[in-house]
Write a protein that binds this ligand. Structure first.
Ligand SMILES: [Zn+2]
Length: 473
């Protein structure tokens, strides 16, 4: 059978309710052109049994494996590659002796040695990548994320710029460099809301540059690039995109934030345009989101602001063993020890973190998951109710010691205003995909067998999804 290359662009959180009006306005030319030569569908997401939320790590694993959460083994946000019980799409390419290139797919950490490259997503615990020398690429992001939690200092900016200079040899374009001085100024001005957005916008440009360069070097038969910019912008700035859904109607503080959601889609559309330039016309192209997004007028988050945990301060207040490192994963922090470390120190830290209480109401500060070799924590919603908006005033107690909540968490922008929805997006084009103007409804789990079929690779009989089309000659 003739084998075809596959390109996947994953747009976390992309949803038709935004794509459709923007397409009508002619603002997403590349997505529109892809859709006109193939098919489009509502891609129904997947979630872990008993879960109310559609979680990205769970749903990306479903898309990658062609199996539902019940069977693939990823059921929580902080799960990682070793929890996955079944092969991924790109494992089948590797088994066929073909090269792969995967950038930003959740659940790929720690990356396994393979023929090609794997750059894990922002949910990774450290900067490891495959091949190992690509770790430098992820170091920048890891640093930015922990700096965001502490508050960015001029030293962070200087370090980031030094690392960026190194990225030169990974194909970072002059245009991307040109965006950096204004970003540095914004950081210096200390507007955390705008800085967080601007950092993610620049990261998308950097990641695209690097992905294209790595694809040029490795020429992978299966290539996938996942971006979380749309997801981030939608969670935070939907209130300005669809203000009538909120009471009182929010007014956007600046045009940048008012247009944050459509702007994210337009940026990702330009990325698609660049990626399409790098593949041949007979490449199978899939654009997919793991879940959709919808307004959340009454956020389940507590108070008017969202807080992120500060790993270093938490570890220090808990008198954690110096060898234990805390790694932020979205809202969570994973504490782990280097291999061969003292397991009792980690268990002690878990117990201490479980015991942290808010002095005002005696409620636990954290939700704690004790895993095999790591302790994962998140701010407890019930506990945070006592803190509300006044982070500086609340006091946390642990083993007779006290500290201000503001020492352990950092206020980072306003509460989210949109949340994941079941109806994601799929646009598919290439040989074997019929042109269809009517929008189909498919399941995320169907995508893996569909891509394998279209690419001319064998489909394992035990996949739960079904191929949507047959292989074209
Ligand atoms: Zn999200």
């Amino acid at each position: 059978m003739h084998r075809r290359r596959v390109l996947v662009l994953g747009i976390s959180g992309a949803t038709w309710s935004v794509l459709d009006p923007l397409t009508r306005q002619g603002r997403l030319p590349h997505l529109e052109s892809l859709r006109s030569r193939g098919m489009s569908a509502v891609a129904l997401s997947d979630r872990a049994p008993g879960e109310a939320q559609y979680r990205p790590q769970v749903a990306w694993a479903t898309a990658a494996t062609g199996r539902t959460a019940t069977n693939h083994g990823i059921t929580r946000f902080f799960h990682e590659g070793r929890d996955l019980r079944v092969p991924t799409l790109w494992d089948y390419w590797l088994q066929a002796g073909l090269r792969v290139g995967v950038h930003g797919w959740p659940g790929t950490w720690p990356p396994k040695p393979c023929s090609g490259f794997i750059i894990p997503s922002h949910l990774a615990r450290d900067e490891r990548a495959w091949p190992p020398e690509l770790a430098r690429l992820r170091e920048l992001e890891q640093r930015n994320r922990s700096a965001e939690r502490r508050g960015l200092s001029p030293a962070d900016v200087a370090r980031s710029l030094r690392l960026l200079a190194e990225l030169h040899r990974y194909g970072v374009r002059a245009r991307t460099w040109a965006a950096l001085p204004s970003l540095a100024l914004r950081m210096a001005a200390g507007d955390s809301e705008k800085t967080a957005l601007a950092l993610r916008q620049v990261r998308l440009e950097l990641a695209t540059d690097v992905f294209i360069e790595l694809c040029r070097r490795f020429q992978p038969s299966f290539r996938a690039f996942i971006t979380f910019l749309v997801d981030f912008a939608s969670h935070r700035y939907w209130r300005y995109y669809e203000p009538s859904r909120f009471t009182p109607e929010p007014a956007a503080p600046t045009p940048g934030l008012r247009r944050a959601v459509p702007d994210a889609y337009e940026r990702v559309d330009r990325v698609l345009g660049r990626l399409l330039e790098t593949v041949a016309d007979d490449c199978i192209v899939l654009v997919v989101s793991e879940h959709g997004m919808a307004a959340e007028p009454d956020s389940t988050e507590v108070g008017s602001f969202r807080f992120v945990l500060r790993p270093e301060s938490l570890a220090s207040f808990a008198s954690a063993d110096a060898s234990i490192a805390g790694c932020p994963i979205a809202r969570w922090v994973a504490f782990r020890q280097p291999d061969g470390g003292d397991a009792t120190a980690l268990a002690r830290l878990g117990a201490t973190l479980s015991g942290m209480r808010l002095l005002s109401n005696g409620r636990p500060l954290l939700e704690v998951w004790d895993r095999d070799d790591e302790v994962v924590v998140r701010l407890a919603v019930a506990g945070a109710a006592g803190a509300q908006d006044d982070d500086a005033g609340a006091i946390v107690e642990s083993n007779g010691r006290r500290t201000a909540l503001g020492q352990l968490v950092r206020r980072l922008g306003r509460t989210r205003s949109a949340m994941h929805d079941e109806e994601g997006v799929a646009i598919l084009a290439g040989p074997g995909v019929p042109r269809a103007s009517a929008r189909d409804v498919i399941r995320l789990v169907d995508l893996a067998p569909t891509l394998l079929t279209l690419a001319g690779l064998p489909v394992p009989p035990d996949l739960e999804g079904c191929a949507l089309f047959e292989h074209a000659g």
